[in-house]
Design a protein around this ligand. Structure first.
Ligand SMILES: NC(=O)c1ccc[n+]([C@@H]2O[C@H](COP(=O)([O-])OP(=O)(O)OC[C@H]3O[C@@H](n4cnc5c(N)ncnc54)[C@H](OP(=O)(O)O)[C@@H]3O)[C@@H](O)[C@H]2O)c1
Length: 254
């Protein structure tokens, strides 16, 4: 899976799944564009990426709910590299919210998890047309079913929307030779639940319980998800488009 001279944009590259994905692409000799908000974390991940093959990643700090900052991602990437081969729409977040919490959590979550993905993808697509590139979206098993012990109504809706985005876009862009796929993780050990407002203790408790209920006896690690993302972005997945790939240690079976 050689990504030599390819330009790969990864959102949410400062943490968890996005960071593991960026490092994997760097090991495959890609020019990686790291998107996130936490500058210190981005710098650390960039240093790790550079260590792999000596290729310096481009860091672009961006708040994805801000349209101008999303536009700047594409402007800067083209300025520096002149092309985009792969877009990984990974950044996203969840939060405890139900119907009685009103519309605000819905607007907030949809802005990052869906609207920003739509905007960034629309701006990247003319460049992906030129390179016959591809897109990988990071969704969730929450797209198919409610999360049992957390009430994440807007998050679940956002991921269901993202899956339909993947399918519709795959059909729309197939004529340009662009593939669009989704990876849908189940519980994965990252900062996700902390960002969603859980304490460290609660997060550990949650993972312990999840470790037991998973048929494979464990939650996933970021690297497990990165493996699939990089595979889908590679030419080895040349006949795969519009497909939703669940990685959940068998949780959906129990
Ligand atoms: N972990 C799980 O159990 C799990 C399960 C299913 C799906 N997922 C999905 O996997 C993806 C990655 O999450 P993760 O588990 O790796 O969580 P994470 O460790 O919390 O990482 C989330 C990343 O998204 C970025 N991000 C979030 N909101 C942003 C915004 N408004 N603007 C810019 N960047 C933003 C964060 O940037 P900063 O840290 O720099 O702010 C961070 O890099 C998400 O789409 C999530 O929904 C996770």
């Amino acid at each position: 899976m050689d990504f030599c001279d390819k330009v790969v944009v990864v959102t949410g590259a400062s943490s968890g799944i996005g960071a593991a994905t960026a490092k994997y692409f760097a090991r495959e000799s890609a020019n990686v564009v790291l998107i996130g908000r936490n500058e210190n974390a981005l710098n650390e991940i960039a240093a790790e990426c550079e260590k792999a093959k000596g290729i310096k990643p481009l860091i672009i700090k961006a708040e994805l709910s801000n349209d101008d900052e999303v536009k700047n991602i594409v402007t800067k990437t083209i300025e520096v590299f002149g092309r985009i081969d792969v877009l990984v729409n990974n950044a996203g977040y969840g939060g405890k919210a139900g119907i009685l919490d009103g519309i605000e959590p819905y607007d907030h979550i949809m802005k990052t998890n869906v609207r920003a993905v739509y905007l960034l993808t629309s701006l990247c697509t003319p460049h992906l047309v030129k390179t016959k590139g591809n897109i990988v979206n990071v969704s969730s098993v929450a797209a198919f079913r409610p999360i049992k012990d957390l009430h994440f109504l807007p998050y679940c809706i956002s991921k269901a929307a993202l899956d339909q985005f993947t399918r519709c876009l795959a059909v729309e862009l197939a004529k340009y030779g662009i593939r669009v796929n989704s990876v849908n993780p189940g519980a994965t050990r990252t900062n996700f639940v902390l960002a969603a407002g859980l304490s460290k203790e609660k997060a550990e408790e949650l993972y312990k319980v999840r470790d037991k209920v998973m048929p494979l006896g464990k939650v996933a690690e970021s690297e497990d998800i990165a493996d699939m993302i990089v595979f889908l972005a590679s030419n080895r997945a040349r006949s795969i488009t519009g497909a939703i790939h669940v990685i959940d240690n068998g949780e959906n079976l129990v």
